[in-house]
Design a protein around this ligand. Structure first.
Ligand SMILES: NC(=O)c1ccc[n+]([C@@H]2O[C@H](COP(=O)([O-])OP(=O)(O)OC[C@H]3O[C@@H](n4cnc5c(N)ncnc54)[C@H](O)[C@@H]3O)[C@@H](O)[C@H]2O)c1
Length: 271
């Protein structure tokens, strides 16, 4: 699927992987790209993308990805001003890491992971990306139906692609009971949407990045990274966000790639 001249949408565009994916898509010639993030930094990130390609193609949207009205407004504005969104990379994500069960050394009482944290992580990392992806599929499906098109035919060319962001944590990672659950959940959602959305000519897939050099990972602290992260990767360093962005574009561009892509720098799970 040609990336050039498409209308793209990336959430979590102000930082890390979403920001790098926005730059890469812009460099590969998208006509317009919606950059969505909860922080006001999204304005600066979009300006930087525009100055990189010397064109005003990045449009910043500040808002919460879990807000349905906001999501609908972003799609409506992009469709009206630039045309059908046909690339969606819902990358916004959070962590709320803590052991699932902790025993207090003094009282010997066990506490379990706070349910409000679990629900928050599910809202942002699991439900929101699925709904951003489904919104794009719905817009494409509606447009096709209104033009009298039924089941998609390969001769028409791929109509759109959603690349969800999974994680190596989907395989299980200590301290990440909520995060890992959402990333494993994304696999089931993507596999299901992939079967349904191809009726409308839309592909869906998941990339599972390993530990990538972004603020999310840096927040773990240098010592933790040295001691627990780097020894589990064959590459012996954090992955660059640009490497993940390149892999995302590969998944979009090469329609033979389906299911999941592991971009994990040779990560080996610790016991
Ligand atoms: N960094 C890694 O090692 C790594 C590995 C595997 C998967 N991932 C995934 O990649 C994606 C991007 O992570 P990153 O490492 O670039 O993190 P990051 O913290 O650098 O960027 C995440 C962005 O999402 C935004 N965001 C968070 N909650 C939001 C909300 N409710 N609404 C709108 N925006 C919101 C943040 O403001 C931030 O700009 C996430 O889904 C993450 O789970 C990261």
């Amino acid at each position: 699927m040609e990336i050039k001249d498409r209308v793209a949408l990336v959430t979590g565009g102000a930082s890390g992987i979403g920001r790098a994916a926005s730059f890469e898509l812009a460099k590969r010639g998208v006509k317009a790209i919606a950059m969505v993030d909860i922080t006001p930094d999204i304005e600066i990130a979009a300006e930087q993308v525009n100055s990189e390609v010397d064109a005003k193609i990045a449009i910043p949207f500040q808002g919460d990805v879990t807000d349905e009205k906001f999501r609908e407004e972003v799609f409506a504005k992009m469709t009206k001003e630039y045309g059908m969104v046909s690339i969606c990379v819902p990358a916004a994500g959070i962590t709320r890491d803590s052991l699932a069960v902790k025993v207090d050394k003094e009282t010997k009482k066990a506490s379990i992971y706070p349910i409000e944290n679990f629900k928050k992580v599910v809202d942002v990392n699991l439900i929101a990306p699925i709904y951003w992806g489904m919104e794009m599929i719905a817009k494409i499906a509606e447009d096709r139906a209104q033009r009298g098109q039924k089941k998609w035919n390969p001769d028409e060319g791929v109509q759109g692609t959603v690349v969800f962001i999974g994680s190596i944590s989907s395989q299980g990672n200590k301290g990440q009971v909520s995060y890992a659950s959402t990333k494993a959940g994304i696999e089931g959602a993507s596999a299901t949407l992939s079967k349904e959305a191809i009726f409308h000519g839309v592909r869906c897939g998941v990339i599972h990045p390993g530990f990538t050099d972004t603020p999310m990972v840096r927040a773990m602290g240098e010592e933790y990274i040295e001691k627990h992260v780097l020894p589990t990767t064959q590459l012996g360093r954090l992955i660059r966000p640009t490497e993940i962005a390149d892999a995302i574009c590969f998944m979009i561009h090469n329609s033979a790639v389906s299911g999941g892509l592991w971009a994990d720098a040779g990560w080996q799970p610790s016991p």
